[in-house]
Ligand binder design. Structure first.
Ligand SMILES: Nc1ncnc2c1ncn2[C@@H]1O[C@H](COP(=O)(O)OP(=O)(O)OP(=O)(O)O)[C@@H](O)[C@H]1O
Ligand SMILES: O=P(O)(O)OC[C@@]1(O)O[C@H](CO)[C@@H](O)[C@@H]1O
Length: 313
């Protein structure tokens, strides 16, 4: 079983339009609402592919009631909060451009934060294979929440995969307490404070993160696939070119794909990229099922050429 925790989940509202013109009245041709937030998406992707999972999350207000309904048959444990769960807006254009407007979200009191950790502790005691924690933190929650999450998981011997950004990532990564960190290229660049335009530069940044004590870094590179960096070993995997429909949640699906198997590293990376690639072809925050995912179409290279360019400057 894979447990996930999402301190700041959302109702993801997606508006599909022809093209975005600032200041105009634009016609929406499709509108959808899905359960969102990074851990929630990891759970949704695992569930859709038959892997047992439970999501832990705070839920409040009318948006929270809608989120609960949108979770459908996903096993979850929710902690009631006084403030309202957020809605995040995505605008996708017909050329595949995705624009996202993420709300700050509710404020959580210290007692609500403790209740969330309490609920997580109860689920950790059931002995999940992994805990995947992810996303921004709600207002009022100290930036070291993921450090507390890692400590709690360590008490139960559960490895933690973390996907967050900004200060919570910096604070967490520096403790070196994570079995896996999943930054995208931008998040890793922000963490290290430098641009990472080539495979070699991404790999040395990831190695720096490993030197703090973390065990594995999975760097997602958008259309360039993903790099898996372990101590002394690196793999790069890329999927076939696809016409993106919405990139929202692709990183979460990649993480779910990685966690879904105990295969050897290169194969786990292949699965991550296959799940991520499948996600971008689907609208909104829709997660792919087995019919969408094509691991055989993914190329995996061990010890890739460090000179390959993965970001134009
Ligand atoms: N334009 C694209 N074309 C093909 N595959 C893509 C594209 N964008 C993303 N992917 C696939 O999805 C994976 C995750 O993408 P990305 O690096 O954008 O994650 P992310 O920024 O963490 O996403 P999010 O935060 O929205 O979940 C990539 O490793 C790749 O396999
Ligand atoms: O604001 P955060 O917590 O950083 O990100 C939230 C979010 O953008 O992440 C998911 C995609 O990864 C979406 O479902 C959700 O809206």
């Amino acid at each position: 079983m894979i447990l996930t925790v999402t301190p700041n989940p959302s109702v993801d509202r997606t508006l599909e339009i022809a093209s975005l013109v600032r200041g105009d009245v634009l016609r929406v041709h499709t509108a959808r609402a899905e359960a969102g937030g990074k851990g929630v998406n990891v759970s949704r992707a695992l569930r859709r592919n038959g892997s047992p999972t439970t999501a832990v999350l705070p839920i409040g207000g009318a948006e929270g009631a809608e989120l609960t309904a949108l979770l459908g048959d996903l096993p979850f444990v929710s902690v009631p909060i006084g403030d309202e769960t957020r809605s995040n807006i995505t605008v996708t254009e017909s050329d595949g451009t995705t624009t996202k407007l993420n709300a700050a979200g509710p404020a959580l009191s210290a007692a609500e934060t403790d209740e969330l950790l309490g609920a997580l502790g109860t689920e950790l005691a059931r002995g999940p294979r992994w805990l995947a924690a992810g996303g921004s933190l709600p207002l009022g929650v100290p930036p070291d929440l993921y450090v507390r999450v890692a400590r709690l998981a360590a008490e139960h011997g559960v490895p933690v995969a973390l996907d967050t950004s900004g200060v919570p990532l910096e604070v967490a990564a520096l403790t070196g307490a994570f079995a896996l960190l999943k930054p995208n290229q931008e998040e890793l660049a922000a963490l290290l404070g430098r641009e990472l335009p080539t495979v070699g530069e991404v790999v040395s940044a990831a190695r720096e993160v490993l030197s703090w004590g973390n065990r594995v870094v999975l760097v997602t590179l958008g259309g360039h696939g993903a790099l898996l960096v372990e101590r002394g070993r690196t793999w790069w995997a890329r999927g076939p070119e696809v016409a993106p429909r919405s990139t929202v949640g692709a990183g979460d699906c990649a993480l779910a794909g990685y966690l879904s198997t105990d295969a050897l590293s290169g194969e786990r990376l292949r699965r991550a990229v296959a799940w991520g690639t499948a996600a971008v072809s689907l609208p909104g925050t829709t997660v792919p099922g087995t019919g969408d995912i094509a691991p055989e179409a993914v190329t995996v290279v061990a010890e890739p050429d460090p000179h390959w360019v993965v970001k134009e400057l």
